[in-house]
Design a protein around this ligand. Structure first.
Ligand code: C5P
Length: 242
């Protein structure tokens, strides 16, 4: 695979777009994957698809040449999260994620569990879910505004050995400034200028997300629900600068 470099750092990127395979069955996901080119994008398997398709689906996507983000957002006691991360790494995940709000010891345990793997997955942490606003945070006992809480958790994630975080593209610039150039930023909530927002509210275009410092863009429906997913992906790749 050809590796490219970001403007900000020497971090190897490869294809920036991660297609969220949010489809109802493993068969539907595999059918979509067959239309995509693993040299041009990666794919993401989330909770619904992993629950129905399991590790076998990850294996099959890998056999097609894809690098797979196993997006299961682990959040449990350190020992359990460490074991889950080890299992996902054994499945051949290219990237996996945990919740930063699980705390330092949980994230450190996750990182330690991956250390023995010669080609370990990238390990990123979810800060504040983009579906949550200040009121939701207050209800769970967090008086901070979402942006301050995202920064706090991102710095904790970095100090706990995470490779990066999942964040909204609107927060990418702030995190890039505070967390350094090599800290991986993965942004969902990306919409081409002409696409529907769907249920995403804090959105940015692909070009805006990259300009703000995102390494990887997670994009689902604008590609998977397009009349021509291949053309939609090509257009998005072009908007990210190739
Ligand atoms: O279809 P769409 O482009 O909105 O898909 C975005 C993907 O990113 C979905 O799989 C969603 O679960 C995921 N995601 C998100 N917001 C987060 C974390 C993950 O939209 N904060």
């Amino acid at each position: 695979m050809t590796l490219t470099m970001t403007d900000q750092s020497s971090f190897p990127i490869g294809p920036r777009v991660i297609v969220a395979l949010d489809l109802a069955s493993a068969d539907a996901a595999l059918e979509m994957a067959r239309r995509l080119d693993p040299r041009r994008c990666r794919v993401k398997v989330g909770k619904e698809l992993f629950t129905t398709g399991g590790p076998l689906l990850v294996t099959r996507l890998r056999a097609m040449g894809f690098e797979v983000f196993v997006d299961l957002k682990f959040h449990d006691i350190p020992n359990t999260v460490a074991a889950a991360c080890r299992a996902a790494a054994s499945d051949g995940a290219w990237m996996l994620d945990v919740h930063a709000s699980g705390g330092r010891r949980m994230m450190e345990a996750a990182r330690e569990a991956l250390a023995p793997f010669s080609q370990r997955p990238l390990l990123v942490a979810v800060t504040v879910l983009t579906s949550m606003d200040a009121r939701d945070l207050a209800e769970v006992g967090v008086p901070a505004d979402p942006e301050a809480q995202v920064l706090r958790l991102a710095l904790l994630a970095r100090d706990s050995g995470m490779d990066g975080v999942v964040c909204s593209p609107r927060e990418a610039r702030l995190l890039r400034e505070h967390c350094g150039p090599g800290f991986v930023l993965v942004t969902p909530g990306v919409r081409p200028p002409t696409a529907a927002a769907d249920d995403q509210s804090r959105i940015a275009t692909p070009a805006e997300a990259v300009a703000a410092g995102a390494h990887y863009l997670v994009i689902g429906r604008p590609i998977t629900q397009a009349a021509d997913p291949v053309a939609a992906l090509s257009s998005i790749i072009e908007q990210t600068g190739g």
